[in-house]
Design a protein around this ligand. Structure first.
Ligand code: OOG
Ligand code: MG
Length: 267
């Protein structure tokens, strides 16, 4: 193992431990400004390898910064992707245990389930043909960096802030997702109101980009996998003891409840 590979492993361990202990860490770019995008994805890969060695299973990928609202909120304007494992999936209508997270935020998304694999450069028509079903979804992002602040390489190394996700009911891929209303309610109040069209103008474009970006890393989007298209609106901080409810105009709803606050922090 050369020095760079050793550093990649060490930083993956640092981010993995931060996630497991729900403790924020400093941005990697502050300590190691030389890390480039390619190494950042290698750190992500190494942190996922640690999860797989604990018997977690890869079940899909997530896209990030596919809407202007998200790019503006975080000050990053490149598409990024991260990986989803089975242990990140929460039961619909279930409970988010706040003590497992540093400073979680919630995002309204759309999920695709694939019936055939997709790799590399695919057309919009090919991407659409690979979709078995669609679902409304909530993504819980929880940057492992202090104050939820990061550079592009930092967030990529940190598995694009991916932390957990909840899927609503699967529905037919014939449902029109070009302009679904997406209303993110917290405790009965609409906190974000948007449209699925905010996701690259059409969420299927996010699937095309997911295949391309994963392909660049030598990965294939597999049949049976879930792909999260990215948030349609800005993310909202998740309060403790709350009810989160995503309403869509035609795809159904997703609910999630949150537990008591993390000890030592205010709700
Ligand atoms: C990065 C992840 C962005 C999305 O849906 O755009 C993302 C972050 O904002 O922490 O998941
Ligand atoms: Mg997201």
């Amino acid at each position: 193992m050369n020095n760079k590979q050793h550093q990649t492993q060490q930083l993956a361990e640092r981010l993995d431990k931060a996630a497991m202990t729900a403790t924020a860490t400093a941005q990697l770019s502050e300590d190691f400004p030389e890390i480039d995008l390619q190494q950042a994805y290698k750190i992500q890969q190494a942190s996922i390898a640690r999860r797989l060695s604990r018997k977690e299973r890869l079940v899909g990928v997530k896209m990030g910064f596919t809407s202007r609202a998200k790019m503006v909120q975080m000050g990053v304007d490149d598409l990024i992707w991260g990986q989803l494992t089975d242990s990140m999936q929460l039961v619909e209508g279930g409970m988010l245990e706040m003590q497992h997270y540093v400073h979680p935020r919630i995002e309204p998304e759309i999920a695709f389930r694939l019936k055939t694999s997709l790799k590399g450069k695919v057309s919009l028509t090919e991407a659409m043909a690979a979709v078995d079903s669609l679902a409304p979804a909530l993504e819980i992002i929880d940057s492992r960096y202090a104050n939820f602040k990061f550079s592009l390489t930092d967030v990529v190394a940190d598995n694009s802030s991916s932390s957990a996700f909840v899927l609503g009911p699967w529905c037919s891929p014939t449902e029109d997702i070009s302009n679904q209303a997406m209303i993110l309610n917290i405790n009965g109040r609409a906190k974000e109101v948007g449209s699925s069209s905010a996701i690259l103008g059409n969420p299927y474009r996010s699937l095309v980009e997911a295949a391309r970006l994963a392909g660049e890393a030598g990965l294939c989007l597999e049949a049976g996998w879930t792909v999260l298209a990215g948030a349609a609106t800005a993310a909202q901080a998740i309060p403790a003891n709350s009810h989160i409810h995503l309403q869509t105009s035609g795809l159904g709803d997703v609910h999630l409840y949150t537990s008591n606050p993390k000890q030592g922090e205010q709700g």
